[in-house]
Design a binder for this molecule. Structure first.
Ligand code: PLP
Length: 285
């Protein structure tokens, strides 16, 4: 089935989908985006993604491109036109097209672009053996809570990871504490059995899977602590993992070339992934 993209009210062949050269997303990264997982043709956790999209727009004072209900119709139509059962839907809104000047244009219409793609099942070895991460300095601006399309620091971080043979980079603040991955939230399980992730503020994105997992852990069977953890603490962790909408939860078994615990995927990580996937299944049936 040929791919179809949505651009400002039109469904177009993916290869022919274009925005104007003076779109402020292209010129200034003046826009925000979302990525939602699709399972059996259904959007997983669409409501919190739409909430975050609206929060990001509001933070940058970009007008909503359309109502939430209309956006849902566009996304569903895109899934149908692309025949997506399991995949990802991406959408981004920018401050629109205007002559290139830094200040907000007095007149502009929010641009909305959306694409969808199929996802293959995760490589079984990633789940069985875990993945490697490396640490890099967090060189991003100070509003990482906004899901802005300005991802240059994340791109450089991920590239550094790839060049060092790792799957993801954990970004580290000036005090030596891990903020988050380049497209994932970071978690460790300490030797004392605490599950630790950085608390929400402007330093990290409020990951939807992060929020989901916190909600699932409210039954108190797991000791959960929202606090910052240092690179040294991560190196000494018993288990570690990352969360994101594209792969939900992936075990981390190497950090900076150091084995996490005994270097194998641990029981807490396995149990938390099982709980997340049960939630995903319940949403998609
Ligand atoms: N942190 C960053 C910087 C991200 O880009 C992402 C996802 O793209 C996440 C965390 C995970 O967020 P979510 O669980 O909403 O996919």
């Amino acid at each position: 089935m040929p791919r179809t993209a949505y651009v400002n009210g039109r469904y177009l062949p993916h290869g022919a989908a274009r925005v104007h050269v003076e779109d402020r997303g292209y010129q200034f990264a003046d826009g925000v985006y979302e990525v939602i997982h699709v399972r059996r043709g259904r959007l997983i956790d669409a409501a919190p993604h739409c909430d975050r999209f609206e929060r990001s727009l509001k933070a940058l004072r970009i007008a909503e491109p359309m109502s939430r209900a209309a956006l849902r119709l566009v996304l569903d139509e895109l899934l149908t036109r692309n025949g997506i059962a399991n995949g990802l839907v991406y959408f981004q809104a920018t401050r629109g097209v205007a002559p290139r000047e830094h200040r907000f244009p007095t007149v502009s219409r929010t641009s909305l672009v959306a694409t969808a793609k199929h996802l293959k099942a995760l490589p079984p070895e990633q789940l069985e053996n875990g993945v490697a991460v490396v640490t890099v300095p967090d060189i991003r601006w100070r509003r990482s809570d906004i899901k802005s399309v300005s991802l240059l620091a994340n791109v450089l971080g991920k590239q550094a990871a790839v060049e060092r043979g790792a799957f993801e980079a954990w970004q580290v603040d000036a005090r030596g504490f891990v903020t988050e991955g380049t497209s994932t939230n970071a978690w460790i399980v300490t030797a004392a059995g605490e599950v630790v992730t950085r608390p929400l503020n402007t330093d990290i994105l409020a990951g939807i899977v992060r929020g989901l997992l916190l909600g699932l852990l409210e039954d108190r069977s797991t000791r959960l602590v929202e606090r910052s953890f240092s690179v040294a603490e991560a190196h000494g962790a018993r288990e570690a993992f990352i969360t994101s909408s594209s792969s939900f939860l992936l075990p981390v078994t190497w950090i900076d070339g150091i084995a996490v615990g005994d270097g194998r995927v641990g029981p807490v990580t396995r149990e938390l992934r099982r709980r997340i996937m049960a939630h995903v299944e319940s949403q998609s049936t």
